[in-house]
Design a protein around this ligand. Structure first.
Ligand code: BDR
Ligand code: CA
Length: 296
């Protein structure tokens, strides 16, 4: 089982990604850290607690950075008011850890005998702070498999994908860190869609919950499918063969109108990221349904 930390801002597609990760026998979710992104940090952290309660998971949740490094937190209209509207979740029975997300990651990495994979599916603020404060822990990180970026235009504007745009300075620090990075960006995630038809094939409580919250998600619709950006990072971990990966040199633009753009640099004899450039969309849907079938 691959030991992972999921750094997240639930968020409708984050909720799906977390649920799927919990029920994969090949993944071991050691810690969930929250970060401001889709909505504010309080709603996000409450949502993460609601999800571990709903799925009855005994996984620590640590609250993280409430604003990006330099920009104000701007939020994302795509996920509604609370970030997980539309389903009547039971009140969370779990509590957050005493430690801040960055400290929770530090202690887990320090104490772990095996290297851990970090899976950021929100803005990269927590990860940048971790690397800044504890650079010596880089050798405890197996790799970073992140949802974010794009080589083919953005979703916030023509240039930038949301997670990169929300905290471009943090993103730059992570991309320039020298760590093994896999970028699962819009080039593939926009082709990973789940709609009503697929969910209706699975008569369980998780499918009902997804059905309810997906309806509040502006990214796609229930007929053609809503976009499962964050679940792609989870699918890559367990089934990398669903994706085509190429090594590229990618620079994060930090300022100006194209801030948050992940720009490919041509003609240099080096690379810094493995980029997902292709996805088998049907096989992704099968993976999603297969995992959903194992859920409550
Ligand atoms: C990313 O931004 C958020 O809307 C999603 O949760 C995903 O992590 C897609 O651009
Ligand atoms: Ca997200």
């Amino acid at each position: 089982r691959i030991p992972i930390i999921i750094d997240t801002d639930p968020g409708i597609d984050d909720a799906a990604a977390l649920g799927l990760a919990f029920y994969r026998d090949d993944l071991d979710v050691k810690l969930i850290t929250t970060v401001a992104g889709n909505v504010d940090i309080d709603n996000i952290t409450t949502n993460a607690l609601k999800l571990v309660t709903f799925f009855d998971q005994d996984i620590p949740v640590a609250k993280g950075m409430d604003t990006p490094l330099l920009k104000p937190a701007l939020g994302n209209k795509v996920h509604g008011v609370t970030g997980m509207d539309g389903y009547d979740f039971p009140q969370p029975t779990r509590r957050i850890t005493k430690e801040h997300a960055v400290e929770a990651m530090r202690s887990l990495l320090e104490e772990s005998e095996e290297k851990i994979t970090i899976v950021p599916i929100g803005p990269l603020t927590n990860i940048a702070v971790l690397l800044l404060m504890y650079p010596q822990l880089k050798n405890k990180i197996e790799r970073i498999v992140l949802m974010g970026g794009s080589l083919s235009g953005g979703n916030v504007n023509g240039a930038a994908e949301f997670n990169m745009w929300a905290d471009p300075h943090a993103a730059k620090m992570v991309f320039d860190s020298g760590l093994d990075i896999v970028m699962i960006g819009l080039d593939v995630t926009l082709k990973a869609r789940i709609g009503e038809e697929l969910l209706s094939k699975c008569p369980n409580k998780s499918a009902d919950m997804f059905n309810a919250i997906f309806r509040h998600y502006i990214d796609g619709d229930m007929e053609s499918g809503v976009v499962m950006h964050d679940s792609c990072a989870i699918a890559y971990l367990t089934n990398p063969e669903l994706f085509t990966i190429e090594r590229r040199l990618v620079e994060v633009v930090t300022d100006g109108p194209a801030g948050g753009m992940t720009m490919e640099v041509f003609g240099k004899d080096k690379t810094n990221v493995s980029v997902a450039v292709g996805i088998d969309s049907e096989a992704f849907q099968e993976w999603f349904l297969g995992t959903l079938n194992k859920m409550i």
